[in-house]
Design a protein around this ligand. Structure first.
Ligand SMILES: Cc1cc2nc3c(=O)[nH]c(=O)nc-3n(C[C@H](O)[C@H](O)[C@H](O)COP(=O)(O)OP(=O)(O)OC[C@H]3O[C@@H](n4cnc5c(N)ncnc54)[C@H](O)[C@@H]3O)c2cc1C
Length: 291
């Protein structure tokens, strides 16, 4: 059992780890190499560098720094989080548990342009199987996505209906070996989707080739799960695409914190690093309070 698991190894997650390890917390960071910062070639507004630096330089050095101080860092993708007396974190590769958790997955980067997707949110389009699966008992349901997260959402939805299709929207289904067998139980539709339709509620899904089929519900599970997806499932307060926290980055679920682009309107490295530091300190206080 870890004292804290940090999801995300961008500036927010790495900064939080600097504090948690130096407060002697057993710290695990889980993340991938797709921090927004890797896209930034030139950074001139982060204090302490007289010459322009690249985002990848800052991240690589930051990761080395947290490892030197004692944090464990794994390259993996978190698929789901559950909370009972501690947090259980399921990844593509394995399972971990911790007393406290920090969401630092950055801003959601999913861009799905399907006509009427937004219009039908809450009217057949959902982002949370845990919240809304129950409403689709024995109905015809689709999961929109093509990776591990989509398969795990479909598996979750099997509790409610067996009539499940994974809509990849023109992409190939890409999954880790963990899901290869389980994925076989789902119908997979790879055609590009042109629009969703329905007067009051979702009724049909249309494909680019002009054909369509009846559908009762679509769950969006594109790319990897973001902090906002986890927040929705855990019933945490959100505002738009931002996880709501107090001034110490604590969400309304005790032990669960959020920092960086997923919890901030001003999406900058310095803000992510500052929020990570606040979260690191607050997490140390929280874990101490459990003893
Ligand atoms: C092109 C570009 C240029 C920029 N230039 C600047 C600049 O000059 N100055 C500046 O201050 N800011 C700049 N920014 C903004 C800056 O990059 C972000 O504010 C910052 O990276 C946010 O840090 P973060 O830690 O919150 O998230 P991110 O850096 O986005 O890191 C998110 C982490 O979460 C991980 N993750 C996501 N989902 C999962 C999951 N399900 N399981 C496990 N891990 C997951 C990712 O792999 C990644 O490690 C720029 C951004 C872009 C896109």
């Amino acid at each position: 059992m870890y004292d804290v698991i940090i999801i995300g190894k961008g500036p927010a997650g790495l900064s939080a780890a600097l504090y948690t390890v130096r407060f002697n917390l057993k710290t695990l960071i889980i993340g991938g190499n797709d921090s927004k910062l890797f896209k930034a070639d030139k950074i001139d507004n982060y204090l302490g560098f007289s010459e322009t630096i690249s985002g990848s330089y800052l991240l690589t050095e930051g990761e080395k720094q947290v490892k030197r101080l004692g944090a464990e860092v794994v390259d993996d993708e978190v698929i789901s989080i559950e909370k009972d007396d501690h947090f259980s974190v399921a990844t593509v590769k394995t399972q971990y548990s911790a007393k406290a958790l920090l969401l630092a997955t950055g801003a959601p980067s999913k861009t799905i342009r399907i006509e009427n997707l937004v219009k039908l949110e809450g009217k057949g389009v959902s982002y949370c199987s845990t919240c809304d699966g129950f409403f689709y008992n024995n109905l015809k349901v689709g999961v929109l996505g093509n990776k591990d997260y989509a398969i795990s959402e479909a598996i979750e939805l099997l509790r409610f209906t067996k009539d499940l299709t994974i809509y990849t929207n023109g992409k190939q289904l890409e999954m880790s070996s963990k899901y290869e067998d389980e994925a076989k139980q789902f119908r997979v539709e790879t055609r590009q989707i042109s629009k969703l339709d329905g007067s009051e509620f979702l009724e049909r899904i249309f494909f680019a080739d002009g054909t369509s089929e009846q559908i009762d519900g679509v769950f969006v599970a594109y790319e990897s799960a973001s902090s906002i997806d986890f927040a929705r499932k855990l019933g945490i307060l959100t505002q738009g695409n931002t996880v709501v926290t107090d001034q110490n980055q604590q969400t309304n679920l005790p032990g669960l914190f959020a920092a960086g682009d997923c919890a901030s309107g001003f999406k900058q490295i310095s803000v992510a690093v500052g929020q990570g530091a606040l979260a690191g300190k607050a997490i140390a206080d929280y874990v101490k309070s459990l003893k």
